[in-house]
Design a protein around this ligand. Sequence first.
Ligand code: OSB
Ligand code: MG
Length: 374
Amino acid sequence: MRIERLELFLCRLPLVHFFETSFGRTYDRTFVLARMEGDGHEGWGEAVAEGHPYYSGETTETVWHIVTAFLAPLVVGREFAHPREVFAAMKRVRTHNMAKALLEMTAWDLYANIRQTPLSKVLGGTRDRIASGVSIGIQDSFDQLLEKVAKERAAGYQRIKIKIKPGWDIEAVDRIRARFGDIPLMVDANAAYKLEDAAHLARLDPYDLMMIEQPLEYDDVMDHVALQAAIATPVCLDESIHTVRIARDAVAAKACRIINIKPGRVGGHQQSIELHDLCAAHDIPVWHGGMLESGIGRAHNIHLASLPNFRLPGDIAASKRYYVPDLIEPAIDIAADGTIEVPTGPGIGVTVVRSRVEQATERHVAIDARGAAR
Ligand code: OSB
Ligand code: MG
C-alpha cells in the first residue's frame, strides 16, 4: 500500500464526567486524530497523548511537532507491503512512541480497509467479544466513590479499578470491600508511591486485589522488583513499559506479574503484538489499558484486545462514559454480561462522523508527498 496523504486534527471534547488521577483532575480531553489516504481507501487513528505532560512526557503539541517535522516525511509518499513495517520506518526518531503510534495505527486501519477485512483479523485476534472493566477516578468523597462503583457494577462491568494516591488508598479499598464483598477489584497509583511506602502498600495485601498498577516511578523497573518481593498483591506495570525491550527486562527481573498494554504508549499495534507475545511466552497475563480515547482510538483498542493473551478485563468501556455524542457511529456499548463486541466491518469497523470531528477540531493540516499544506 502507498500512503498518499495524511491529515492531522487537533481536537478537544468535553468529558461526560471529570476524571481525577494522582496527577490531577481533567474536565475535557485534547487529542490528535490522523486520517490517511492510500490505494483508494482511508484509515483513521488517534494519539493517546494528552494536553499535559503528566502521564507521559509527550503532549498533543509534541505529537503535532514530531509528526509534521520528522515522522510524516518517513511515511507519507512511501510504499509499505504491510503496516508492521511502519514502526521500523520511523526508527531514527527516538522515543515519541505516542506520535509513532498515531501513524502506525492509522496505517493498520488503512491496510485493513484496503483488504476489506476487520482490523482484529489482520492483527491476529481470536475472540469476537472482549471483557470490559472500568477505571474510576478519585472522587470528592468515599460516599461518591461507592455510588460510582454501584453504578458501574449495575451497568455490568466485569471489574472495577480505582485510582489511588496517598490519603486515598487503604480506606477506599476497605469501604468498597465492606459494601460490595469479593468483586474483581484493582487499584492504579500512577506512580504516586516510593519504595519506602512498601510497608504501607502491604496493608492492601488482605484485600485480595487483582493487582496494583504502576505503584512507583514511570522510569523505574528495579524498585518494582523490590516492592513485588515485599507485597502479596501482584504488581502490574503501565507507565514503566515504554518498549518491548523494557518489558523483557521487567519480566526477567520479576518487577511485575501482569502488564498493561496501551498501543499508543508503546508505538502502535506491531509493538503491542510483540509485547503480547513476549508476555504469553512467559505466562504473564496482559490486559488492555485506556487513555480516555474517543471512539476512534477506542475501536482500535477493541480490535487489539481480541488477541488471546488479553486474559483480564481491560479499561475499554462504553462511549457514553466519556463523550456524548462520540465521534463514531455506532457508539461503543457494553452488553449486560460486561462484554463489548469486536466490530465486524472492514478496518476499525465503525464510521467516523466527519461533522463531529470538524466541530471538535481546533487545528488541521494536510500533508502529501510534497510536504505540508494548510
Ligand atoms: O493510568 O491507566 C491509566 C487515563 C488517562 C491516563 C492514564 C490512565 C487512565 C485511565 C483511564 O486509567 C482508563 C480509561 O477509562 O480510558
Ligand atoms: Mg494506569
